[in-house]
Design a protein around this ligand. Sequence first.
Ligand code: NAP
Length: 467
Amino acid sequence: MGKPAAENTGSTSQAIGRPLRVAIVGSGPSGFYAADALLRSGTPVHVAMIERFPTPYGLVRYGVAPDHSKIRNVIKVYEKTAAHGEFSFWGNVTVGRDVSVDELRRYFDAVIFAFGAETDRRLGIPGETLPRSYTATAFCGWYNGHPDYRDRVFDLGHRVAVVIGQGNVAMDVGRVLAKSAEELRVTDMASQAVEALGTSNVRDIYIVGRRGPAQAAFTPKEISELGEIDGCDIFVDPADLELNEASQAELDGPDASASQRNMEVLRRFAQRSPTGAPKRIFIRFFQGPVEIRGSQGVEAIVLEKNRLTGPPGGQKAVGTGELEVLPCGIVFRSIGYRGVPIPGIPFDEQRGIVPNDRGRVEPGLYAVGWIKRGPSGLIGTNKKDSEETVGRLLEDLPQLPRAQAENQDLRELLAQRGVRVVTFSDWRKIDEAEVERGRLLGKPRDNFTSIEQMLGVLDGQPSRPSA
Ligand code: NAP
């Protein structure tokens, strides 16, 4: 790693004769940690954070599950960054549509991409796009009031749902399907989602992993929670917990404490006796999806029994040819997110990231977070990751091309293009209105789900709750 951001002296900015100007595209955790690292670096700098929505915080707002609202407390840290005198928020501006990356480089000495991974990976199996085969990204966006997914309809009128994948997003989907409307109503879940989940017929939820329990991507707290849901039994087949030699070596190796705790939780689940609860969660391992079947919509999923091959830490799932047809009415594909490029920037289609060397795309262009390393890690993982990138940016200062135009000129350009820039104090008004709508419904907040409604608040339009 290069020199830490905090050690920079600022001498290069003195050479420019004005503070460095950096644009950060995206306002999720990685963007905010990059802004913080820059503002604490000792280099005179102004940070402009550009965001396509009028609202900041990315997946902290639109990804964190509504019943995990404590995780959202991290927003308080980001608010401190936003309060810095050299930070500005440019909400409601879509880079690649309202302004190009090339244009941004006229106004800023450096641009940091922090726009995450917006879409989902594909399974590439027959039947993947059948009606009622949904992506977890869309489902999570919908229940969190994400404007892109507000109009989606999820048909929950079927008894059996299968979740493919065993990451923490799959845990969120399984838990939300299993919880009662009463439990969800007091969270900040989008009201239309609470209503739809309140009439859901889903009773059996299968969460299916292609590899074994030692390789599972979920974390101990998240898997434990699945066993604590009122009115829901959990099932794990003890045979799935028998480990091959390589898996045992993985568990005995360094940095395996999360997997060890996962195993302890799963062993406890495997010993439980069913209570006859109305809902049931089945955690299944060693099964890969090979086909989703149905005529008008999902009717079954075909799963192939897998075995593991390869060395400890590199074990892959290989099909055995043994198939099971599991009847189900709904499938959620939760196999990870995938980055979407902004026009005109380098992009690695294979990995779904902007190719970079420890965050440097080229001098003047940088990447942080999921668009830098792929969709992995928890919120806090992004702090170090963003600091690494800011370290590269500060190393490059002597060779950075200097922006010629002023930030104010960009404001004028956007105004000419009919773009209404939402400032951080504008966002605070939207925030207050959402909290007030929530208060009327007895929940922490009720998110606006359309950009029009958000901008309406700034024009003084009434903001009644959505339900
Ligand atoms: P993830 O952790 O990468 O999990 C993806 C899952 O999909 C894995 O079980 C993976 O299995 C499986 N998978 C991938 N390709 C597959 C295929 N072709 N067929 C079958 N299964 C396949 O992704 P995620 O759940 O979307 O989470 C993304 C990140 O956000 C993670 O770092 C996660 O911890 C984080 N997150 C955290 C929280 C929280 O803290 N509460 C909540 C949500 C998300 P393999 O292991 O075999 O590839």
